[in-house]
Design a protein around this ligand. Structure first.
Ligand code: DGT
Ligand code: CA
Ligand code: ZN
Length: 555
């Protein structure tokens, strides 16, 4: 019984409890316990055996009893009772925006609606409108929403997929028949979205591993395992990492007579241990090429660059010294100022710029000039660390005409100004470009936040004349943000690469709205690496003195 399976069962209890209108505290307790177990480095079965389960924070007597039952009997009676009450398809209904658990249960009990298909059919046939609290307008809205959900492309954000893939890989590593495991495919390349979890698993007993994989709890995306003997691990990892375009580029450009598989077979003895990141380095060595990091393997000239020794030195997480765009509870963040600052320090940051929203963004509780001044004063009072600098900033809205949401004299008091577009996202290209150019021309603006305003899978990028934007940024020394938030990853990798070619500075920011989100920087780093970006291109790879000089570049 592995931790992931137990955690999954607890999550399911929480979901089902919530669904049936159970006590919210209980729901939260189950969820918290599931989260804790999912991250536990120790096998939960061992904790049960040694009677140490209730010593794990967040696991009380009641939950410990369920976990013990699960470990000892492979099932939880309580969970099975809950399942009786709510079929899985009914849970699915809440994937429809605007449809909560209460309505889902109502639809199930009154109309027998137990799947998205059944919901769509019932809405089309006009059977929803007579239910209490629904009516024809709500019916029409639900019909539209359910059709959209059913059509949703089934690619998942890297931010969701990568942690799941790592968790599955970690579980597999403790399986006795497994020699080595690596995540391959688009997740290893850190693509923005992925279709499945490609795993390469070295084993001498593939049947045992297959059996284990079949028993994995349901995941939100399919697992595509390659089960191979240990001596084929390295070359399979290379092949399954792809991309297909990269492999084609290699086949075309690699020196004749050294096709990957033959060369790699010869060279690739399974190393024990070693850097997880360079597992398939022997393949490139065998091809007489420098190592090409997975983020570059997209068939965009990386093989030619490798052959002629022109591969760029890529930015790494360890190059980053801080984060220049985060929010606090003063606007729409969840954590207080001190909490965010301490969390950033704990991550090893040397500086953090607090950039809460400006006044026009009412939905985000944007700060009036007066509140901003108080906020800045609070930031300055708090900023007393010897090894860490808290910078006072704002994420100022770029208004429709390209002017900014604070007057210049206010902006002049700030250490860092991030200017972002949050409204009128559908202006024609010429107008949108002029709007952004005007903001870039403002000497107080240091950074353009999430420049294209896209939200992956939900909101298309704005229409912008990129070369004109880049030319203006290069001329004024304005940096463009690469938002590390997996739902944005804006700039895209391609745009980041073009920006670098224009000599534009980039900055990798989390746009964190919580302490947790401060940890999202690696996604931004991966996006930058996919854009061939090096530390010399990145503002927050600078040490504090250099950063301060850069922020004062126009003074
Ligand atoms: P995805 O799954 O759509 O997010 O993207 P990938 O790159 O993970 O694609 P996937 O899962 O279909 O295949 C994993 C790797 O296997 C891929 O990156 C390279 C290799 N592969 C798959 N199909 C082909 C192919 O048609 N030709 C070659 N040379 N390699 C392939
Ligand atoms: Ca894949
Ligand atoms: Zn922001």
């Amino acid at each position: 019984m592995d931790n992931l399976t137990v955690a999954e069962a607890l999550y399911e209890i929480a979901d089902l409890l919530e669904f049936t209108g159970g006590d919210p505290f209980k729901v939260r307790a189950y969820r918290k316990a599931a989260e804790t177990l999912g991250l536990l480095p120790e096998p939960v079965a061992q904790l049960v055996r040694e009677g140490r389960l209730t010593r794990v924070p967040g696991i009380g007597k009641a939950i410990a009893a369920k976990v013990t039952e699960m470990v000892e009997t492979g099932r939880i009676g309580y969970l099975e009772e809950l399942r009786q009450a709510v079929p899985p398809g009914v849970l699915d209904l809440t994937r429809v925006p605007g449809l909560g658990a209460r309505t889902a249960m109502l639809l199930y009990r009154r109309l027998g609606v137990d799947s998205l298909e059944a919901l769509e059919l019932a809405a089309r046939e006009g059977r929803l409108r007579d239910l209490p609290g629904l009516g024809p307008r709500r019916e029409a809205a639900l019909l539209q929403a359910v059709t959209r959900v059913r059509r949703r492309p089934d690619r998942l954000s890297i931010g969701v997929a990568a942690p799941i893939a790592e968790a599955v890989a970690t579980q597999l590593r403790s399986h006795p028949a497994v020699v080595r495991v690596a995540v391959a495919g688009s997740i290893r390349r850190r693509a923005e979205t992925v279709a499945d979890i490609d795993l390469v698993i070295a084993t001498r007993d593939p049947d045992a591993v297959k059996l284990y994989l079949d028993r994995l709890p349901p995941l939100p995306l399919p697992v595509d395992p390659a089960l191979v003997p240990p001596d084929a691990f390295v070359v399979t990892l290379f092949e399954r990492t792809g991309s297909a375009a990269h492999l084609e580029e290699l086949a075309r450009l690699a020196p004749a007579g050294s096709l990957p598989r033959n060369a790699a077979r010869a060279a690739a003895q399974p190393p024990d241990g070693g850097s997880a990141d360079a597992d398939d380095a022997p393949v490139y060595q065998a091809l007489g090429l420098p190592y090409i990091p997975p983020e570059l393997r997209e068939g965009r000239g990386e093989v030619a660059a490798a052959r002629s020794g022109r591969l760029p030195r890529l930015i790494a997480r360890t190059d980053l010294r801080g984060d220049l765009h985060v929010h606090t509870a003063a606007s729409d963040g969840t954590a207080g100022l001190a909490e965010m600052a301490e969390a950033a320090r704990a991550l090893g940051h040397r500086y953090l710029a607090v950039c809460d929203h400006s006044q026009s963004l009412h939905v985000a509780h944007g700060l009036s000039p007066e509140r901003l001044r108080e906020h800045v004063a609070a930031i300055r009072r708090l900023d007393q660390w010897p090894d860490f600098r808290l910078l006072a900033g704002a994420e100022v809205d770029i208004l429709r005409d390209g002017t900014l949401d604070y007057p210049d004299e206010i902006l002049a008091e700030l250490d860092v100004v991030v200017a972002s577009i949050h409204s009128h996202l559908h202006l024609p290209e010429a107008e949108q470009t002029e709007r952004l150019l005007r903001a870039i021309a403002n000497p107080h603006v240091d950074i353009i936040g999430h420049p294209f305003g896209r939200v992956i899978g939900r909101r298309e990028p704005m229409a912008l004349d990129l070369p004109r934007i880049l030319e203006a940024c290069a001329r004024t020394g304005t940096a463009l943000e690469i938002s590390a938030s997996p739902s944005r990853l804006d700039l895209s990798a391609e745009h980041a690469r073009t920006a670098k070619e224009f000599g534009v500075k980039l900055v990798i920011n989390t746009d964190a709205h919580s302490v947790r989100e401060l940890e999202l920087l690696p996604y931004g780093v991966a996006q930058a690496r996919r854009g061939w970006v090096g530390p010399e291109d990145v503002v927050n790879a600078m040490d504090l003195p250099d950063l301060l000089a850069w922020l004062n570049r126009r003074a």
